[in-house]
Design a binder for this molecule. Sequence first.
Ligand SMILES: [Fe+2]
Length: 365
Amino acid sequence: MLVLPVRRRILIVDPSSTNRRVLREMLRELGHQVIEAKSTTEALSLISRDAIDLALVDLLAPEVGGPALCRVLRSHAATHLVPIILITDAPDADKESIGIAAGADDFLVRPMRTRVLRARVQSVLRRKSVLDSMDEAEAVLFSLAQSVEARDPALGQHCQRLALLSSTLGVAMGLPAPDLVALHRGGYLHDIGKVAVPDSILFNPGRLSEEEWRVMKEHPVRGEQICSGMKSLKSVLPIVRHHHERWDGSGYPDGLRREEIPLLARVLQIADIFDGLTRERPYKPAYTSEYSLQIIQEETATGWRDPLVVEAFSDIFPLFSSDDLLSRSSLQALALSLQEQNGWCVEDGRQDASRIQHAPVSEAM
Ligand SMILES: [Fe+2]
C-alpha cells in the first residue's frame, strides 16, 4: 500500500466508544493523527478549532445525523473539500444514496476488513493531498473533474489510477519532473470537458448517432476551455485537448499526426486506453491486462498509437497488470524512488519546492 508521507488528521464521529476504539485501532498502522467526537455538535466544535483531512462519520451520528453533517461540511468554504466516509451497520442502498447525495465520498458497512478500511482511507487522503497542493480555483476544477467521474460509478477510481499509470509511464520514459506533474494532473483533468456531455450520451450503451458522437467529440476542446483560465495548468492543456488524437492523424479534435501530437498527450492516452480496456464499461466487458496490451499493440500496428510510447509501456507492463493497481508494492517502490530522485511525490503530484459509434472499444471516450 502506498504510504502517505504526511501525517494527516482524521476525525471519527460515532456515539459508540467501542466503534471509535475499533476504528482507531484499525487506523493505527497508518500513523495519522486520529481525533474523536461522540456527536455532530462535538465534531463541528473540533473542526472549528483545527482543520481535518478526513471525517469518518457514523450514519446515525447523534443530533443531526451523518448525511446532515455532510451537508454542513460541504456548505462551508473551510470544509467543503474535506473527504467524508459514512459508516453504517447494515447495507442499505437508500441510505447509501442519501449519504452520497449529501456529499459523502464513500460508504462503508460494518464489520469492515482492516485492509479495506485502510485502502479507502489512503485513497481519499491522496485525493485530499492533490487538492491541498493547489490554490482554491484549481481545487474547484479538480472537484469538478471528480464530479464527472462520480456520475459514472463504473469508472471507479479511473482518474486516480490514470494519474498514477501515466506518471509512472513518464518515469519509465525518463521524462523530467515537471512533465510528471503535468501527467499526474492530466490524469484527473483530461475528461473534465465531459461536464458538458449529457448523461443520455455519456451512458448510452449502444452506438452513438452522428449528432451524439459530434457532441462527445467536443469534450477535449471543452475541457481545454475550462482549464485555460488557470496559468498553473498551462502544461496540462495539451494533454486535455489532444488525448484522443491518433498517430496516423485519424483522431480528434485536430487530426494531428505523429510528433505533432504533444508527447504528454500520447503518454496519457496509452494509460487511459489500458485502464479503459481493463474495466467493464456499458458497451464492453473488462478485458484481461494481457488482452488489453495485445489490443494496444494491434492498434499500434494499425498506425493509431505512438510505437515508442507503446514500447515503453510494454516494457513496464507487469507493473500495471494488477487488479489492485493502487496498492501495488512495485508501484510504491517506484513512487518512493521517484520521490527521492526528483523531490516529487507521486501520491499528491507535488514537487518539493526546493527542487522545483464510431470509435473503437479501446478509446475510453
Ligand atoms: Fe476523453
